[in-house]
Design a protein around this ligand. Structure first.
Ligand code: NAD
Length: 249
């Protein structure tokens, strides 16, 4: 029996990168998936390429657009069993040099976004006794130079995960987070350029020394899909660190 047979998933930021990887694995594991992204054309292309059930796009920072997307996803799928809060952005800047606008934007996407989408999906998740998987980061567990505001948003997302888990336990809704180190997506392509410009060190050497190699979207999708599945029935309020040993050393 596939791990996610008949599960209905809504995944934000799933036109590309980790969100797309989770969508692809979930579909292989028997799920029906709605792709949601701020990039309409990319979302439609991805949905067609991977055989998703449909598209329900939104900007996760915008309450009206979030509520419309969640309603559309429910219509397409006939309910929602799993919400994956994956949409996120990065900013590479020393905190002292960061503009207020970019600080506010990263909190809007990475923290307000999961808050808005989770609340919008709660009626559906309550009906299905479903679960939420938040894509946080190892940057929410430890500090990293140049990623101060990003670290703060991901620490906030881990805390949202814990408190939602406790508050939603009476409704039998599980809420967990995944905390990957650097993984091979366009976000890391951008960060590589920013890090090398700021430090003159080799990003590849840094990754090899600290986490052995870049993560793959499949590394992350495996754990996200496990948490989404009934195999994780007793797992809630947890955050799973996937980092090639980074935080162990
Ligand atoms: P990515 O930039 O490759 O993809 C992010 C997707 O989110 C894009 O399709 C983008 O259009 C979408 N998006 C951006 N802003 C949005 C918004 N306001 N509303 C809806 N969609 C929006 O990034 P990725 O590496 O795949 O990252 C996905 C998640 O994983 C993020 O939350 C990121 O912080 C987290 N993460 C990434 C890494 C990594 O190394 N790549 C490590 C740890 C955690």
């Amino acid at each position: 029996m596939p791990e996610l047979a008949d599960k209905r998933l809504l995944i934000t930021g799933s036109a590309a990168g980790i969100g797309r990887g989770i969508a692809e694995l979930a579909i292989r594991e028997g799920a029906r998936v709605v792709i949601s992204d701020i990039d309409d054309a990319a979302a439609r292309r991805t949905a067609e390429e991977i055989g998703a059930a449909g598209v329900a796009n939104c900007d996760v920072t915008d309450q009206q657009s979030v509520e419309a997307a969640v309603a559309a996803a429910e219509d397409i799928l006939g309910g929602i069993d799993v919400l994956v809060n994956n949409a996120g952005i990065e900013v590479a800047s020393p905190l002292a040099a960061q503009t207020v606008d970019s600080f506010d934007r990263i909190f809007a996407v990475n923290v307000r976004g999961p808050f808005l989408v989770t609340n919008a999906a709660l009626p559906a998740l309550t009906r299905s006794k479903g679960n939420v998987v938040n894509i946080a980061s190892v940057a929410g567990v430890g500090g990293s130079p140049l990623l101060g505001s990003y670290c703060a948003t991901k620490a906030a997302l881990i805390q949202l995960t814990r408190v939602y888990a406790v508050e939603l336990r009476p409704s039998e809704i599980r809420v967990n987070a995944v905390c990957p180190a650097f993984a091979d997506t366009s976000m890391v392509d951008r960060l590589r350029v920013d890090f090398e410009a700021a430090t003159a060190a080799s990003f590849g050497d840094l990754v090899a020394a600290k986490q052995s190699r870049l993560g793959t979207v499949e590394d992350i999708a495996e754990v996200a899909c496990f948490l989404a599945s009934d195999r994780a029935a007793w797992v809630t309020g947890s955050h799973y660190v996937l980092d090639g040993g980074l935080t162990a050393s």
